[in-house]
Design a protein around this ligand. Structure first.
Ligand code: MTE
Ligand code: MO
Length: 246
């Protein structure tokens, strides 16, 4: 495989800092967010004019999420429970379990040996920033799941991050979209630690919180369950432009 593990110099300096920040939210169900907004609205530290103009603004306690700008890239690095997980190529395994005939454990090299897909898609965070034309390389979920042989009752996938307690899910239909994948490279380089090394979920039609970083386990289930942000009021079906983050 052509992929080698290189540090991305654009992001290298970001790993050590961890200024906590509180992304603001608009148009979210008030009741669902009562717990979250209890700490009140804090400063929008990255100063996005579009957001200052938004009417109803809610905040998330800084203890729930750290954000770092990645200068020049358009990305902001999110993590709910710093420090970010570290990836050890030798000991890392991706486990696929749950409603399967054969639970599977893949090494990083085995993952890279699976049929590879590539795509260019836009990325949208529900807090209002986007990154156009991200080139992702990885494995389609159908290819990834085939060896585990999901049972007839299988309807959904839960993605469990090495970063506890971050988790999210997709229905099998959603995961079967031609632009959904488990990605191990971004813009031609292996995923960096801030972006979720070694693998993250890519679901361009939905907001970024569906894209679990530092994935270590995929659980096949009979129904989707609420992910980290969904337990805090965001829509599980996070369609860009058609969910409560819109
Ligand atoms: N494990 C984990 N995955 C995560 C998050 C997180 O905090 N922890 N944040 C999500 C959100 S809200 C967004 S917008 C993207 C941000 O991706 P980035 O940090 O690579 O910019 O990651 C998503 N995946
Ligand atoms: Mo996000």
């Amino acid at each position: 495989m052509a992929v080698t593990f290189l540090a991305d110099p654009r992001l290298f300096g970001l790993v050590s800092g961890s200024d906590p920040a509180s992304p603001r939210q608009r148009h979210l169900g008030r009741r669902a967010f009562l717990g979250v907004v209890a700490t009140g609205v804090s400063a929008l530290w990255w100063g996005d004019a579009a957001w200052r103009g938004a009417g109803k603004l809610l905040s998330v306690p800084s203890s729930l999420q750290a954000a770092l700008p990645a200068p020049g890239t358009g990305w902001r690095i999110y993590s709910v429970n710093p420090p970010m997980p570290t990836f050890d190529r030798r000991s890392w395994r991706l486990r696929i379990e749950g409603l399967v005939e054969r639970p599977v454990e893949l090494t990083y090299d085995e993952l890279l040996a699976l049929p590879r897909s590539e795509q260019v898609s836009d990325f949208h965070c529900v807090t209002g920033w986007s990154v156009p034309d991200v080139r992702w390389t990885g494995v389609r979920f159908a290819e990834l799941l085939a060896p585990a042989r999901p049972s007839r009752a299988a309807r959904a996938l839960s993605f469990v991050s090495m970063e506890r307690p971050y988790v999210d899910s997709l229905t099998l239909d959603q995961a079967s979209r031609p632009d959904a994948m488990l990605a191990y490279a971004m813009d031609g380089l292996p995923l960096t630690r801030p972006h979720g090394a070694p693998v993250r979920v890519v679901m361009p039609a939905m907001y970024g919180y569906k894209g679990v970083k530092w994935v270590e386990r995929i659980v096949v289930e009979d129904r989707p369950t609420n992910g980290f942000w969904e337990q805090r009021g965001y829509d599980r079906n996070a369609w860009v432009g058609h969910s409560n983050g819109y």
